[in-house]
Design a protein around this ligand. Structure first.
Ligand SMILES: Nc1ncnc2c1ncn2[C@@H]1O[C@H](COP(=O)(O)OP(=O)(O)OP(=O)(O)O)[C@@H](O)[C@H]1O
Ligand SMILES: [Mg+2]
Length: 268
């Protein structure tokens, strides 16, 4: 399993933060990771220090049918295909495409990098998504094998999750039979806050079979790091969130490699 969607239709729950920091943690373990930013807000690119440009984004890659010229290596083993505000228009334009649900999948499968197919060159491809369940999100789900759902440890975190899971099931049934719900990540956990603890234990109870043990704590360093275009791991290695992302990377890799877990996650 290589291609993962980072999805939650709720805004500001940590999709981009989990995608880029997990990608960075994996790159430090020697794995080659491509972060595909498919959100017009373009936070994944800027969070990894890429200057967002209107003329050099995934939007142009789609027009040209090739990602290679637009992929940037930001750190050893860590690559980004940035987005731009142009992507706002894509939602409307996609309707005109004959296989409108598979535009992203086709782009990724026909592009190459360093003379190899993308999925051959990269160990993992992480796709960051906008906070919506739109044609853009459907494209992401059709282009992915696994779904990662970040859950913010706040009130309402679990609300909307059943709609999201239903959407994933629908896509699996009708558009992409290979799709699996791969994992839920609890994030912005504040151990001093009772509500945060309650949400975490509730989520662990209901989604025991899929939730990662590693919980990402809330710390201001995470947003500070993003404002400097850095992962928190590069910004402050000993920070508790950095350590949590490195631990999450181990757990993620164990899950990718374990066959039992793979059949378990296939329940959805
Ligand atoms: N563990 C954390 N501790 C503190 N702040 C965090 C943490 N994770 C994310 N944040 C901050 O919360 C905000 C929302 O996070 P992020 O942008 O990752 O969410 P998102 O789901 O991608 O948002 P959107 O739906 O707009 O794409 C950002 O300002 C981010 O820096
Ligand atoms: Mg985001």
């Amino acid at each position: 399993m290589k291609t993962f969607a980072f999805i939650n239709q709720k805004g500001g729950v940590g999709k981009t933060t989990v995608a880029i920091n997990l990608a960075r943690a994996l790159s430090l373990k020697g794995l080659r990771v491509l972060v595909v930013d498919f959100d017009p807000q373009a936070n994944a690119g800027s969070g990894l220090g890429v200057r967002v440009s209107k003329t050099k984004s995934i939007y142009q890659a789609i027009q040209e049918g090739n990602c290679e010229p637009y992929i940037k290596e930001v750190l050893p083993n860590l690559f980004v295909l940035p987005s731009s505000i142009d992507l706002v228009g894509l939602e409307v334009e996609l309707v005109k495409y004959p296989n409108r649900e598979y535009v992203l999948k086709e782009l990724l499968s026909k592009s190459s990098f360093n003379s190899k197919a993308l999925t051959e060159f990269f160990d993992f491809v992480f796709i960051d998504s906008p906070p919506s369940l739109s044609l853009i999100t459907i494209n992401i789900l059709c282009a992915s094998e696994g779904v990662m759902i970040p859950l913010q440890c706040e009130y309402y975190a679990l609300e909307g999750l059943s709609l999201l899971i239903r959407t994933i099931r629908g896509v699996k049934k009708n558009l992409n039979p290979d799709l699996v719900l791969f994992g839920l990540v609890l994030t912005m956990y504040d151990k001093r806050n009772r509500l945060s603890q309650e949400i975490a234990s509730e989520a662990k109870k209901h989604f025991k079979w899929i939730i990662f043990d590693t919980v990402i704590p809330r710390t201001v360093r995470v947003s500070e790091a993003a404002s400097f275009g850095k992962s928190v791991i590069d910004y402050e290695k000993n920070n508790q969130a950095s350590q949590a992302f490195l631990k999450l990377a181990d757990e993620f890799l164990d899950r990718v490699r374990s066959k039992t877990q793979a059949s378990l996650v296939n329940k959805v």
